[in-house]
Write a protein that binds this ligand. Structure first.
Ligand SMILES: C[S@@+](CC[C@H](N)C(=O)[O-])C[C@H]1O[C@@H](n2cnc3c(N)ncnc32)[C@H](O)[C@@H]1O
Length: 550
């Protein structure tokens, strides 16, 4: 339960942290400290499913429906929009949803002990578990359909999945992560949620050299000293040292230098951290404004979104008491940025600022139209050469294209997305062309798009991410090849067990071949019907026992 005090055995807050926060917060210190010794708040963002009704009569019911705290006072703010094609929230999930999170549609608080991470529906990408304050950064960027969007520090991918929801499959989405292990987790999460993104494993500096001025909107969810995670993650307390904020601030500024280069004139940048220290927050934004001439744009006042502190932007020496009210630095527009405090709102500690890059005339316009010119792509001049690695994608030969489309016709029914008909080849894998004109050559690319199939011994084999790219039964392209699993059978499937071809646990399907396995239209993965049984093609690395049906 969210207000229970934490166990006394957990590590204490670092003393130097306590001292500095006490100096900054003054009279508020006691409330702040008290909040940090309570449990963190938990949240969930629905992805393939919806609990927000398009019409009042169709409303899915959830226990917290009557108590949305910001509904009355924020009715004019950019509130929920429903995504067409989302499925109704299953009862097994609905029972755990509590109050809506005001700043993101179809996002909810949940109890501390809600087992949503262990339900089979989690493996279908029906939702993403995310702490409520962490949903604020993507809300602040307010991505529009068709935009070119970059998530520069993306792993494990929570915010990328929110940005993708706003794009709805339009535009271009690049998720970058510098860390080679973390980029794999990012890949798994995006695949589970069926997100068509280009995933790169690069330093921001190298991306900036390759893609200058390309993006309409960039999220820099910066690596930080993590003070805002102290109550969610006790390890964050032990990892912190008094030097952490300054070390992180230097790294954040390098990342921001690159982000500004990547942004088109007039484009938007959200900078966010999960820490309290002004050196990583107001002072970094003040530095950014002075160095690159960006303008800080106002953000909404959602419940618990406090104005940032212009009076903390002036460069405080360790132990220095900030001068309240008057503003040390003259960056009055820093109050447009927001601080989410654990003792004032319902979430963990975060900082978010929305900035705009001036256009070519030096002004910061409010236009959102059009991206910058794409840099030249040497790969596109390379013709139909088959290079190694997915960062060099080539068109299929005429013959291979014919074979692919014949196989695709056999696998599917009905009209297909253009991207499926004309995939690109990267090594032996066929990917949807998610990057468009964005040149990928010379970059470390984990996935250039959705991997639909692998070419093996002159044949095609469907690949797991393709199964996850589809939601729903109406108009389902795999219409002749469906296998319905009930939640109990899905527990077996995700654990890697072979499924009987037609048993009394709800598994039904066609007689032969590749089969799209699902739970009420939520994707699970591929199976292959062979000699009266169904081979389980769920990837070995993702298999998980002990999942729950409810
Ligand atoms: C706060 S986390 C991102 C969380 C992610 N946006 C999400 O919502 O799931 C910051 C990320 O920045 C990455 N990072 C660390 N150093 C970096 C650097 N020098 N440049 C770019 N990214 C870096 C970390 O590996 C980490 O994954």
């Amino acid at each position: 339960m969210q207000d229970e005090a934490r166990s006394p055995n957990e590590p204490r807050l670092p003393e130097a942290f306590e001292q500095q926060m006490q100096r900054w917060l003054g009279a508020e210190w006691a409330a702040f400290r008290d909040a940090l010794y309570h449990r963190a708040l938990r949240g969930v963002r629905l992805h393939r499913i919806t609990a927000v009704s398009p019409a009042p009569s169709g409303a899915a019911s959830y226990p917290g429906a009557a108590s949305y705290p910001g509904a009355a006072s924020h009715s004019d703010a950019p509130r929920a929009h429903t995504a067409p094609g989302r499925l109704p929230v299953p009862a097994a999930v609905a029972q755990y949803l509590r109050d809506p999170v005001p700043w993101w549609p179809d996002a909810f608080y949940m109890d501390d002990d809600a087992p949503l991470g262990k339900l089979v529906y989690h493996e279908t990408g029906a939702y993403y578990l995310q702490e409520p304050s962490a949903m604020a950064a993507a809300a602040a960027l307010d991505v529009q359909p068709g935009e070119r969007v970059l998530d520069l520090c993306a792993a494990p991918g929570g915010k990328t999945t929110a940005l993708a929801q706003r794009l709805g499959g339009t535009g271009i989405l690049v998720a970058n992560e510098i860390h080679p292990m973390r980029v794999r987790i990012l890949g798994q999460n995006l695949e589970r949620l069926g997100i068509p993104a280009v995933i790169t494993n690069e330093s921001p500096k190298r991306l900036a050299a390759r893609w200058p001025g390309v993006f309409d909107a960039i999220l820099v969810d910066a690596p930080c000293s993590g003070e805002g995670m102290f109550r969610k993650d006790p390890d964050a307390r032990t990892a912190w040292s008094p030097d952490s904020p300054d070390v992180c601030a230097a790294r954040q500024r390098e990342i921001l230098d690159a982000a500004v280069l990547l942004l088109r004139p007039g484009g938007r940048l959200v900078y966010s951290t999960c820490t309290f220290n002004p050196v990583e927050n107001e002072q970094t934004i003040a530095w950014l404004v002075q160095r690159h001439g960006l303008v800080v744009l106002p953000l909404p006042h959602w419940p618990g979104w406090d104005e940032a502190r212009p009076d903390w932007a002036g460069g405080l020496a360790a132990g220095e008491v900030p001068v309240g009210g008057t503003g040390l630095s003259g960056h009055a527009d820093l109050s447009h940025a927001r601080r989410l405090w654990p003792h004032r709102g319902r979430g963990e500690g975060h900082f978010i600022a929305l900035l705009q890059k001036p256009d070519d005339t030096g002004r910061a316009p409010n236009d959102t139209a059009g991206g910058g010119a794409m840099p030249a792509n040497p790969a596109s001049r390379a013709g139909n050469r088959r290079d190694k690695g997915p960062s060099t994608l080539v068109r299929l030969s005429v013959r291979a294209q014919r074979e692919w489309q014949a196989w695709l016709r056999d696998m599917t029914t009905g009209p297909l997305p253009e991207a499926w008909l004309t995939p690109r080849l990267g090594g032996d894998a066929l990917f949807t062309d998610t990057a468009g004109e964005l040149p990928l050559d010379g970059l470390r690319v984990l996935r250039p798009g959705i991997c639909m199939a692998i070419q093996k011994n002159g044949r095609f084999e469907p690949h797991h991410p393709w199964a996850m790219a589809v939601t729903g039964l109406e108009g389902n392209p795999f219409g002749g090849r469906l296998l319905a699993l009930d939640a109990a059978a899905a527990c077996d499937y995700f654990a890697g067990q072979a499924l009987p071809a037609a048993d009394d646990r709800g598994a039904r399907g066609p007689d032969s071949g590749y089969t799209w396995c699902h739970i009420d239209g939520l994707p699970a993965g591929w199976g292959k019907r062979v000699s009266g049984r169904i081979n389980n093609l769920y990837p070995k690395g993702l298999r998980r026992g002990g999942l729950q049906a409810t």
